[in-house]
Design a protein around this ligand. Structure first.
Ligand SMILES: [Zn+2]
Length: 552
């Protein structure tokens, strides 16, 4: 398959950027779509409308009518195919190496460092210009199996007649989709029925991307297959249902939670993938700035008090909480967590899942835990006033309590407690600090390229008191699915309580007054941290700017 490259005007960056079709599709949901070949795309269009519009434009551009349909066949779209096939299979298998992309006439290859001499020897013998990038064996092997999955699906026609839709091809199709999603590091798979297609989209690093568009006549069979796997009632098509199943991809065990709802075009099914291999990270790996790390360490090393982590769902709060717990857990302390669900299984600590939220929710479990002589308690989420009150009491009576709370920023979390009718003086005396956070996509290290900071970008950096002669962005490669990003990192805002701030809470000032006071005493904003990560080359400046939240 030939690589298709289209030129599109990218909003907010001065130069036109060449993007592969796949990365272009990945960008469809955000502002890159704002202008395309000078054409305004209505911001109110649904993703599917935008996609269709987009494909039409790409098709016009390359003068190929058929492309409009072909390109939605995401499973067969692999803009980096020419890079993988540039190396012989034997070499790939023997030295765990994979062609990631072409940089001009240079083939960029990812491989473990120990195998570099052999690969260089080969390149020299066939006069191939190469650039090697260090990659872990595991990482590369998964990428190799991903390219093989894509290559296999290329030969697999989904043009199956309804009459011949047997179980076998549909099971294989569902398995292939799950496999591909896992290898692409997806967290969710959406099966969305529309009039003409069953769209399969996957969420990777927080964003949905089209994986494949199947003809709608396959929808009932695909839906039934998933419902059978997850032990749902296949006859029931009107009520929402949920279920689960697990599968293995390579050496990974994946637990999958399934939920269905009925839409105007049939049942929509969403699969949430949970990788049992997920490991908690150390404090240093969280990505906090030096000062923030110091503040957070101080907060969690207290013997008692309340530590809150705030942010929207899916902002990495659980990771931060578990890193904190891990850092202060010692064998002679009783560490207990109450979680919904338990995401990280940690040996040596007592973990309680919320199984029956109606009768045994956080508050009930927390009261029971307090009768079991705890030292450190993690309350997965402070959702209600009762849980908040018990947590504060526990923090005041010699326990170290960690919890998450829904609030847009750190100061917002303090006011959330006050709204839950916790007396200001109790908040002041129990709260050690609040971490609020958002996730931001990291530049893919396999295709990250640095470039000279433009005047406009320098101005943006300057507004945050930052400077960088060069910035970094991803060019797009096999390992990031062409997006230029791979994995995410959090940006934080840390409010460390001081005596002065505690005194201020008691007088219950306006949130903005409190915010200003906290900023004056050194609290930075998440926006600032995002731009700092861009200045340090960890993310792109564009990505940092999309995160911008109004903290006013
Ligand atoms: Zn990449």
């Amino acid at each position: 398959m030939s690589e298709v490259t289209v030129k599109c005007e990218v909003a907010l960056t001065a130069e036109p950027r060449f993007v592969s079709v796949q990365s272009y599709i990945a960008d469809v949901d955000d502002r890159y779509v704002a202008t395309y070949k000078g054409k305004e795309v209505d911001g109110n269009m649904s993703t599917i409308e935008v996609l269709r519009e987009d494909h039409k434009l790409i098709a016009e551009h390359i003068g190929e009518e058929s492309f409009a349909e072909d390109s939605t066949q995401g499973l067969t779209t692999d803009p980096f195919a020419s890079a993988h096939t540039a190396l012989p299979q034997e070499l790939i298998a023997k030295f765990d190496c994979l062609g990631l992309r072409f940089d001009g006439d240079i083939l960029v290859i990812g491989a473990p460092k120990t195998n570099w001499p052999k690969i260089e020897e080969y390149a020299k013998s066939v006069k191939l210009k190469i650039k090697l990038i260090d990659a872990g064996e595991h990482e590369i092997r998964e990428a190799i199996s991903l390219t093989q999955t894509i290559a296999r699906s290329k030969n697999n026609s989904f043009d199956i007649e309804v009459s011949e839709v047997g179980e076998a091809p549909i099971s294989a199709l569902v398995q292939q989709i799950v496999e591909r999603a896992v290898l692409e590091r997806a967290s969710d798979i959406h099966f969305e029925p529309y009039k003409e297609d069953l769209l399969v989209r996957v969420r990777i690093d927080g964003r949905l991307r089209l994986l494949v568009s199947l003809p709608s006549r396959l929808a009932p069979a695909v839906t039934s297959r998933i419902k059978v796997l997850s032990q749902m009632n296949i006859v029931e098509r009107r009520r929402p249902q949920d279920g689960q199943f697990s599968t293995t991809v390579g050496d990974r065990h994946i637990d999958i939670r399934v939920a269905s709802v009925t839409t105007v075009h049939g049942e929509k099914i969403v699969l949430r993938l949970h990788d049992a291999r997920k490991q908690s990270v150390s404090l240093e790996e969280l990505g906090m700035s030096g000062l923030q790390l110091e503040q957070f360490s101080r907060m969690i090393r207290a013997t008692n008090g309340l530590i809150l982590v705030a942010g929207p769902t899916g902002s990495g709060k659980t990771t931060t909480l578990h890193s904190g717990i891990k850092a202060v857990s010692v064998s002679w302390k009783n560490v207990v967590t109450i979680e919904d669900p338990v995401e990280y299984v940690v040996p040596g600590i007592t973990q309680i899942p919320i199984i029956d939220p109606a009768n045994a929710g956080f508050a009930v479990q927390l009261r029971a835990v307090l009768r079991q002589d705890p030292d450190i308690i993690l309350v997965g989420e402070t959702r209600d006033a009762e849980t908040a009150r018990i947590s504060v009491q526990a923090a005041l009576t010699g326990h170290l309590v960690f919890s998450s709370i829904h609030a847009t920023d750190s100061v917002g979390a303090v006011y959330r407690l006050l709204q839950m009718d916790i007396e200001p003086h109790l908040v002041a005396s129990s709260l050690r600090g609040v971490v609020s956070q958002r996730l931001i996509r990291r530049n893919c290290r396999f295709c990250a390229t640095s470039y000279k900071t433009t005047a406009a970008e320098a101005k943006t950096l300057e507004a945050f008191g930052l400077k960088a002669a060069t910035l970094v962005r991803g060019a797009g490669c096999t390992l990031c699915g062409g997006s230029g990003f791979r994995d995410r990192i959090a940006t934080y805002q840390i409010l460390e309580m001081t005596e002065a701030l505690s005194d201020l809470i008691v007088s219950r000032p306006e949130p903005n007054e409190f915010r200003k006071y906290a900023a004056d005493s050194g609290m930075t904003t998440m926006d600032h941290e995002a731009v700092r990560l861009a200045a340090e080359g960890i993310t792109s400046l564009d990505e940092a700017l999309t995160l911008m939240v109004s903290s006013e």
